[in-house]
Design a protein around this ligand. Structure first.
Ligand SMILES: C[S@@+](CC[C@H](N)C(=O)[O-])C[C@H]1O[C@@H](n2cnc3c(N)ncnc32)[C@H](O)[C@@H]1O
Length: 233
């Protein structure tokens, strides 16, 4: 039994933008949207709050962020102090969002859904979106059918509840009610280096996880990728 989950690892290492393509990808996605200051955005599983902070600053809109990992929350709170409390950060699970129906113009999920029950999480995201609302996902996807044992290896390392191919993602979204589902393509240059905010007392076991992660990325190179989907209600 492992001492740390992958999310513990990200939290302890303080990986600031823990999704494929990092902040450059987030910025490029939102360059293609028409965000105005009167809009309300929810960043689910917001980690250290990098994307939420960016959206609030860049567009001057109202941004909420929810997170359920204590270390992520603590580090995000510290970082948000430095950015003048523009983001409303709440401790909550994506499986039970503490917001009224139809509250948000946008929901953003960057590498989050597969850590939760995808169906419950998507149902909640759908519920809290306005009728004209949009969800943007940037999630890991299988680029080809996987043998069961490899799928299990991937799920077990990351702590995923599910692993989907592109069409399976689209089906999940259709099932909860999303109608217009588009793949977003974002030009990205080189692989981005991750910025980190290390915890003071870092357990060496976390370094083993770093090695294991490298191994997983090499092993599944070309077989997994990230999928950016923009879906309207
Ligand atoms: C890979 S990290 C991505 C963090 C952030 N979205 C980013 O791009 O930097 C996944 C995040 O989802 C959060 N998470 C996982 N399950 C969750 C749940 N049920 N409710 C809320 N947050 C969750 C984790 O704590 C973690 O911060």
């Amino acid at each position: 039994m492992k001492k740390y989950s992958y999310i513990d690892f990200l939290a302890q290492c303080g990986v600031k933008s823990a999704h494929p393509g990092g902040m450059t990808c987030t910025e490029r996605i939102f360059e293609q949207e028409s965000i105005t200051a009167d809009m309300t955005i929810l960043d689910v599983g917001s980690g250290l709050g990098e994307s939420a902070n960016y959206l609030a600053k860049r567009f001057g809109c109202c941004v909420y962020a929810i997170e359920n990992h204590p270390i992520m929350l603590e580090k995000a709170k510290q970082r948000m102090k430095e950015t003048e409390k523009r983001v409303m950060l709440k401790e909550a699970s994506i499986e039970g969002l503490p917001f009224e129906n139809g509250f948000f113009d946008y929901v953003l999920s960057e590498s989050v859904l597969m850590f939760a029950s995808v169906k419950k999480a998507l149902t909640e995201c759908y519920r809290v979106l306005k009728d004209s609302g949009v969800i943007i996902l940037n999630e890991m996807t299988l680029l080809q059918p996987f043998p069961e044992n490899e799928k299990r290896e991937l799920m077990s390392f990351y702590g995923f509840t599910e692993c989907y191919e592109i069409n399976q993602w689209k089906n999940q979204l259709h099932q909860v009610g999303f109608t217009k589902i588009d793949i977003v393509s974002v030009p990205l240059e080189q692989k981005q280096a991750n910025q980190i905010d290390l915890s003071l007392e870092l357990d060496l076991e976390l370094l083993d996880m770093l090695d294991e992660h490298e191994h997983i990325l090499k092993k599944f190179d070309g077989k997994i990728g990230n999928l950016i989907l923009r879906c309207e209600k």
